[in-house]
Ligand binder design. Structure first.
Ligand code: EPU
Length: 348
């Protein structure tokens, strides 16, 4: 039996990219599946809630902390198999997966360069950027079932992937991810679908060139965590891009024209959604609702590079962060009748 080393009152703020929030009552670091199962058993036996913490880059910790067991996911095996399959332990830094694939000229993940966080978190919200999402390459997710504490392997069709969504996110208590398999394309061409990326590179760009261009785009939006970036303490996009009906999107464009927010309908960013309806750009709505880049409420601000990221400038609280988020949601609702949904997970 694996010996669990449970710690008490461990500060969580330093383990998150927002650097906010209180301590975990109980805390344990797990480096393999057996220890993970023991940790889950420990919390089940005591009827103590538990939560997984990995990269901490998409997580909001309440000021009062967490009254249960926080399991720090550190399963960090990473295998590149012949033929283009990658098996990544849930705790592996995502950029190691992307960089390893690009270095081998395996196509499929190059547009997802520079995304902070861990490999195991990627299926939860179907991480995506610049025209790619992990659901395009995931072939298997290895999980531990919470009810039986047994290992199971899920096929992609069992994961219910959608835009920043999956069945893991919709049913948070059901499974804990321990490893993910990605099938990539050795020597395959890269994916250049996103207009902003296509403008930067030629149609024959190599995977390494695509990766570099994506990193540069992200850097210019402060969406890379770099120590000297004043916008570095954030959780990336704070809201999802809202999905609305085509009729509502048309109405919004009419209103934007009438209010002289734009001079041409093309200036309102809108994207085709996977299903019916239209995806709008939350960052655009926020700015046009009068919340400018760089605006501040005490220690919390909107990133000076991208209106969709909220930034902690140091010495703030989660309550202040959530209050500013509420204010932004209220302003967008009031201005455009659109409800923004929060993207990062609130640890509660
Ligand atoms: N825009 C503004 N003002 C802003 C920011 C953006 O008007 O301050 C406009 C842009 O001009 C553009 C549109 O909004 O017309 C879209 O902006 P951008 O290309 O920066 O992408 P996004 O829709 O804001 C999404 C993802 C990002 C991902 C990028 C690139 C979501 C919630 N966010 O952002 O993902 O990197 O596309 O693919 O889907 C994340 O999820 O944490 C994340 C950073």
């Amino acid at each position: 039996m694996t010996e669990l080393e449970i710690e008490r009152d461990v500060a969580l703020a330093p383990l998150t990219s927002l650097e906010l929030g209180g301590p975990a009552k109980y805390f344990v670091r797990v480096r393999d599946e057996a220890t993970l199962i023991e940790a889950l058993r420990w919390s089940a036996d005591r009827e103590t809630p538990f939560a997984i913490l990995a990269g901490g880059s998409n997580l909001i910790v309440p000021d009062e902390g967490y009254q249960g067991l926080v399991v720090q996911m550190s399963i960090d095996s990473l295998d590149f198999h012949e033929g283009g399959t990658v098996t990544a332990g849930a705790g592996v830094a995502w950029e190691k997966v992307v960089d390893g694939a690009v270095a081998r000229s395996w196509a499929g993940l190059e547009c997802l360069a520079g995304i902070p966080g861990s490999a195991g978190a990627t299926p939860i919200q179907n991480v995506g950027a610049y025209g790619a999402e992990v659901a395009d390459s995931i072939t298997r997710v290895r999980v531990i079932r919470r009810d039986t504490l047994e290992l199971e392997e899920l096929a992609p069709e069992d994961c219910g992937f959608g835009y920043r969504d999956s069945s893991f996110k919709r049913e948070p208590g059901r499974f804990v991810v321990s490893a993910v398999d990605f099938a990539l394309r050795p020597n395959g061409p890269g994916t250049v679908r996103y207009a902003e990326l296509a403008r930067k590179i030629g149609p024959d760009a190599t995977l390494a060139e695509i990766r570099r261009a994506v990193l540069e785009l992200r850097r210019n939006k402060s969406m890379l965590i770099e120590p000297d970036d004043p916008n570095r303490r954030s959780a990336g996009s704070f809201f999802l891009n809202p999905l609305v009906s085509t009729a509502d999107a048309d109405r919004l464009v009419e209103q934007a024209l009438a209010d002289e927010l734009v001079s041409h309908s093309d200036e309102v960013p809108r994207y085709p959604a996977e299903g019916p309806g239209v995806k709008l750009a939350a960052g655009w709505l926020i700015e046009k609702a009068g919340v400018t880049k760089g605006s501040r409420r005490g220690a919390i601000g909107v990133s000076s590079k991208h209106a969709l990221a909220l930034v902690h400038h140091g010495g703030g609280t989660t309550a202040e962060l959530l209050a500013f988020a509420d204010e932004i949601q209220a302003r967008v609702l009031d201005r455009f009748g659109v409800t923004l949904e929060r993207e990062p997970r609130l640890l509660a």
